[in-house]
Design a binder for this molecule. Structure first.
Ligand code: AGP
Length: 606
């Protein structure tokens, strides 16, 4: 949930560290800091809040070192104050850390008893004193780090520099991603390739348990048993992807408007257009006798999985078990022999989802993942990967990744349905054609995004909002509620429309907007009844539908008009209005749309 960087350069590197951190702010932005080695001494600048506060510090009090580390923080241990900001340091060691050290309290007690003085409330500072303590006992920096790593329990990606050495940085990775960048007589370290894009496209990803010694001449990598290993260097595409807002006010707006293009790319990745035929990667299971599909994910990715449950059961007639990863990973769920487990994750680094994956792998399931980062940990631990070609998603609130996940999952359901013979070739063609028209329909809807402004103004005054939906629109209702919550800070809940009468209807009065995701599908008549129950109690209805509210007997509803679409494809299309409603409402409330408070884009801790 934090971003770490490191540079061993041939000129003052503080500005480059900040440039790299700017590309990692999506991972957390409670505080930021950099440390360098100058004339053999460790020096540091830190600031609370956004990266721009650190930049101001550096303007007034610059650093000149040619080797350094940097950090942008999402607070896990200790409030987001300057004292708790990374890098943490002693006179001899400075450390930046992404992850959680689970045994830091015991370590802190031991080290305090040995005379070490802690200045912060963080778990990271225990690493500093652990290494310092070993060096004070005579260990070399690398031996001291090796010893310290053996004592740490939990997840970490580390960047470490030492006083008196301007040509050595140590990196270590366990449970949190870490990439090494290869330059010309320079070396780089970062939480991902996007951070290193301005410096080099040549990237080596450390594997689980790896640690490495970087010098200007190159890198030595060691595995978890400290045996030297070679890890492949790849050419990252991140360097060629211009990650900026274009002509949009926010990354989220840009990413909402990119959806027609990136959904097309994702569909094209699974559909042989010449035959209107779905082509899936080998999933490693017998699809005909497949006993069950288990799905696990978090947040928005989980809602994509909920939609996929309907599709897999209705189209491929395969039983589906789905759970949020933070619950699933501890449930000890029995797994059927020959089962397929599917993990959905934009970042491919979400700790809970990765833990759920590892549980299923240990239980003999074949693992498929739907991810947006081809080199992510979840992708690399899967037997098969269904990539979403959404491109880097910088806005913390997931939008284009969600609809690309739906596109890939729809193809998965169709492909498995064809393999099992539960749908005909004609049905496959009809489904594929329905999916292929979605980008055009989304473009038409985005062209009318002005219709959301007035409604958003109205929503921005609400204290509580309800979202309702049936069938595949029920997960959309929950996704809409999550979008509104996480960027406008208005409390919202998504409910199955049929569930309203079992309690939540008590919430309805003229102050509670009720947003109904209501494509005119076979459940639409039932949804109308639920809307009339709301209207009868004075609730304000906002009806997102291709149907005419008056004709549907809901003349008092505020109507958000959506083009007609094949029911299979409705979740992809109806995601757009719920995204735009949340976005416009947040803008009218003046919240930080791209970096909402308390959140981070990639949740790599439990
Ligand atoms: C989405 O808007 C949220 N920011 C969050 O729920 C996110 O979907 C969740 O943390 C899962 O992330 P992942 O897709 O990278 O695994």
């Amino acid at each position: 949930m934090c971003g770490i960087v490191g540079i061993i350069g041939n000129k003052p590197i503080a500005e480059d560290l900040v440039e790299a951190l700017r590309r990692l702010e999506y991972r957390g932005y409670d505080s930021a800091g950099v440390a360098t080695v100058e004339d053999g001494k460790l020096v540091r600048r830190r600031a609370e809040g956004k990266l721009r506060n650190l930049e101001k510090r550096l303007l007034s009090d610059p650093l000149q070192g040619h080797i350094g580390i940097g950090h942008t923080r999402w607070a896990t241990h200790g409030r987001p104050t300057e004292v708790n900001a990374h890098p943490h340091m002693s006179a001899t060691v400075s450390v930046v850390h992404n992850g959680i050290i689970e045994n830091f309290r015991a370590l802190k007690e031991e080290l305090t008893a040995c005379g070490h003085v802690f200045e912060s409330d963080t778990d990271t500072e225990a690493i500093v004193h652990l290494i310092t303590d070993e060096m004070q006992k005579g260990a070399s920096p690398t031996k001291a780090v090796e010893h310290a790593l053996s004592k740490l329990q939990g997840a970490f990606a580390l960047g470490i520099i030492f006083s008196g050495d301007e040509d050595m940085m140590i990196a270590a990775r366990k449970g949190s991603p870490l990439a090494i960048g290869h330059g010309k007589d320079e070396m780089y370290l970062g939480s991902d390739a996007i951070a290193l894009a301005p410096f080099t496209p040549e990237i080596t990803y450390l594997e689980e348990g790896d640690w490495a010694v970087l010098r200007r001449s190159g890198v030595e990598i060691f595995d978890v048993e400290s045996k030297p290993v070679k890890r492949q260097a790849i050419r990252s595409v991140a360097s060629s992807l211009m990650v900026d807002k274009g002509n949009h006010r926010h990354f989220m707006a840009k990413e909402i408007h990119e959806q027609p293009e990136v959904i097309s790319h994702t569909l094209a990745n699974y559909i042989d257009m010449s035959k209107a035929k779905v082509v899936l990667p080998d999933l490693g299971v017998d699809l005909v006798t497949l006993p069950r599909v288990t799905i696990s994910a978090c947040g928005t990715a989980y809602y994509a999985g909920l939609v996929a449950k309907y599709w897999l059961e209705q189209i491929a007639r395969v039983p589906v078990e789905i759970d949020i990863a933070s619950e699933f990973r501890y449930r000890e769920a029995p797994m059927p022999p020959g089962g397929l487990a599917v993990f959905i994750s934009q970042s491919g680094e979400t700790a809970d989802t990765l833990a759920a994956l590892r549980y299923c792998k240990a239980k003999g399931q074949k693992i498929a993942s739907v991810v947006n980062v081809r080199t992510s940990t979840i992708a690399r631990e899967s037997d098969s990967v269904l990539l979403t070609l959404a491109g880097p998603e910088i806005g913390v609130a997931s939008t284009k990744a969600f609809t690309c996940q739906l596109a890939a999952l729809a193809c998965l359901a169709i492909g498995i349905g064809r393999a099992r013979g539960t749908i005909s070739r004609e049905q496959e063609i009809a489904y594929v054609e329905a999916l292929l028209e979605v980008p055009r329909l989304i473009s038409a809807l985005l062209a009318e995004d002005g219709q959301f402004n007035d409604i958003a103004q109205h929503l921005s005054q609400a204290r509580d909002v309800l979202y309702l939906g049936r069938g595949v629109s029920f997960p959309l209702a929950m996704e809409g509620a999550l979008k509104l919550k996480e960027i406008s800070y208005i409390h919202a809940e998504g409910y199955a429309a049929g569930e309203l009468k079992h309690g939540p209807i008590a919430l309805i009065d003229e102050n509670v907007p009720v947003i109904v995701v209501a494509p005119e599908d076979e459940l639409f008549p039932k949804t109308i009844s639920n809307m009339q129950e709301v209207a009868a109690r004075g609730g304000q209805i906002i009806m997102i539908s291709d149907a005419d509210p008056v004709a549907a007997g809901c003349e008092q509803a505020i109507h958000i008009s959506v083009p007609k679409v094949n029911p299979l494809a409705s979740p992809l299309l109806y995601a757009i209005p719920v995204q735009l409603l949340a976005y416009q409402t947040a803008v009218s409330r003046g919240t930080d749309v791209d970096q909402p408070r308390n959140l981070a884009k990639s949740v790599t801790v439990e």
